[in-house]
Design a binder for this molecule. Sequence first.
Ligand SMILES: [Zn+2]
Ligand SMILES: [Zn+2]
Length: 272
Amino acid sequence: MPLFICTACGTQYPESSAPPAQCVICEEERQYVPPGGQGWTTLDKLARSHMNSMREYEPGVTGIGTQPSFAIGQRAILVRTPGGNILWDCIALLDAATITAIKALGGVKAIAISHPHFYTSMGAWADAFDCPIHLHAADKDWIMRKHPRVTHWDGETLKLWDGVTLIRCGGHFPGGTVMHWAGGAGGRGIVCAGDILSVTTDRKWVSFMRSYPNFIPLSAREVTQIGDAMAPFSFETIYGHYFDRVIPAGGKEVVAKSVARYVAAIEGTRGY
Ligand SMILES: [Zn+2]
Ligand SMILES: [Zn+2]
């Protein structure tokens, strides 16, 4: 029986003879059902119309995304560290070429995902690379295809191994997570941010929303908490969730000034 994938958000559902009646992720206020109604595909079908491409950003950091764009359109990142390779975030399409290319780069030791909009077909990826998936426990109700390789972590940080830390920021989702790799950017540190710290179109700031498509803001308190969660970490580069959303330098200062700008705007203390 097929495992249907929602064409609006990329979420893969459990085996079923017919597509699900609705997509739980898209029906919720942070996503949307397209004007033409909910559509469904499968991995086999998707692999006939789309393919994945890669971009190496710096040694050890390779973006992987689907062409033409599919569903939300995010790209994942393979981060190769001395302790092992992490697949950061996930995309729906997993095909033979992608498996071969990633295995040639050393495979995947662990998958970590920022939030439920990017869970996509994570179970298929974990099976292909024989690795665990680390998800924050606060978002476990949003897993549509339960999978034995999912392991939940709780609390504010999880050190995967030396230099690689998952940081719970919350915000967009209660378990909203970013990943810090101290060895990235030539040892100055990087953050893989998903859309938890969302790199803005001008790539000079990050911003924060409960829903991006439906323009639902976060509170000053939630955004202040994101700033507090990031404060202990040093980093230069911020990788957002699209291929071109990267802040190459000054990342730590960008997060601090972006939190201040957001809080001033929402509290009405902006001063201009
Ligand atoms: Zn959906
Ligand atoms: Zn999202």
